[in-house]
Design a protein around this ligand. Structure first.
Ligand code: C2E
Ligand code: CA
Ligand code: CA
Ligand code: CA
Length: 281
């Protein structure tokens, strides 16, 4: 199923009361969705421009409700966070992604899976145990798991978060900072954090061919990452023009519609082993 053809659920009502009701309804639907297996993970490839290989994929949550149809994560994740549903949902996501990556690993495809972790999940004390549990159950080699945390989640509670991240680091799990450039990170803090990757937010890539400020910001992030020996992923690359500019700046990893949209597991496998492999030879 292609995303474009799906219906998108939107809030049409105006009054606070109606919205509160819809929110409650959506909460109820989400709880049921966990029971009824309505959630799925899609995977979007990240291309390594140096080797021309796909070595990593971001897991992205998809929900198709029997009546509402396709509901965008941008609409339901915030409600899942406020209601606490994200804890149970997040656990499911972690396990599902680890099992999928283990399946690829078994098939000879070493794809590191990158899992979005909500700030609500990150603050939860037993996240480390849940991650360990997912790794043990799935028997996924630890280096094939990466956690994506938004810049604002990482930078909110500096001392606590350094400790938390170090625990994952000690376990051999990678950490990526998502939506980088949109928050208020103090760059002097950044070097204190045990992180591996910066993901440059799509908003800076979108107009990079016409907006000099965006281009300058991306260049600065690249320089910073280089100095700190961090990997950089450019998100939301849609056009050849954008790809050329980013490549010119020395970005190594690219994620975006230019290469592929997020795909269901079987289509992802096919893309990696057939379509992309053929394109790049
Ligand atoms: P995000 O983590 O920044 O994810 C990247 C979003 O950009 C995804 O939207 C992806 O489909 C989209 N994208 C990738 N390449 C392109 C491109 O070239 N052009 C455009 N226009 N978009 C592109 P998606 O899947 O709708 O997810 C939206 C947000 O919902 C995510 O932003 C993330 O914050 C949240 N989300 C999605 N899945 C999960 C999940 O499993 N757990 C948590 N906690 N949040 C999730
Ligand atoms: Ca992400
Ligand atoms: Ca992002
Ligand atoms: Ca985001």
């Amino acid at each position: 199923a292609k995303e474009g053809g799906r219906r998108t659920f939107k809030y049409y009502s105006n009054t606070l009361n109606d919205r509160a009701l819809e929110r409650l309804q959506l909460e109820e639907y989400m709880r049921a969705a966990l029971q009824n297996d309505e959630f799925e993970l899609y995977y979007q490839p990240q291309v390594d421009l140096k080797t021309n290989e796909i070595t990593k994929a971001e897991a992205l949550l998809r929900w198709t409700h029997p009546e509402l149809g396709f509901v965008s994560p941008a609409d339901f994740i915030p409600i899942a966070e406020e209601s606490g549903i994200i804890i149970e949902l997040g656990d499911w996501i972690l396990q599902e992604a680890c099992f999928q990556a283990r399946e690829w690993h078994e098939a000879g495809l070493d794809i590191r899976v990158s899992v979005n972790v909500s700030s609500v999940q990150f603050k939860q004390t037993n996240l480390v145990d849940n991650v360990k549990n997912a790794l043990e159950l799935s028997e996924l080699p630890k280096h094939l798991l990466e956690l994506e945390l938004t810049e604002s989640a990482v930078m909110s509670d500096v001392e606590d978060n350094i400790g938390r991240l170090q625990m994952f680091k000690d376990m051999g799990i990678r950490i990526a900072v998502d939506d980088f450039g949109t928050g208020y990170s103090s760059l002097s803090y950044l070097k204190k954090f045990p992180i591996d990757t910066l993901k440059i937010d799509r908003s800076f890539i979108m107009d990079i061919d016409t907006n000099e400020n965006d281009a300058a910001i991306v260049k600065a992030i690249m320089l910073l990452a280089d100095t700190m020996q961090l990997n950089v992923v450019a998100e939301g690359v849609e056009t050849l023009e954008q790809l050329r500019i980013i490549d010119n700046y020395g970005a190594q990893y690219i994620q975006g519609y230019f290469f592929s949209r997020p795909l269901p597991p079987a289509e992802f496998t096919k893309f990696v082993t057939e379509e992309f492999a053929e394109k790049s030879t």
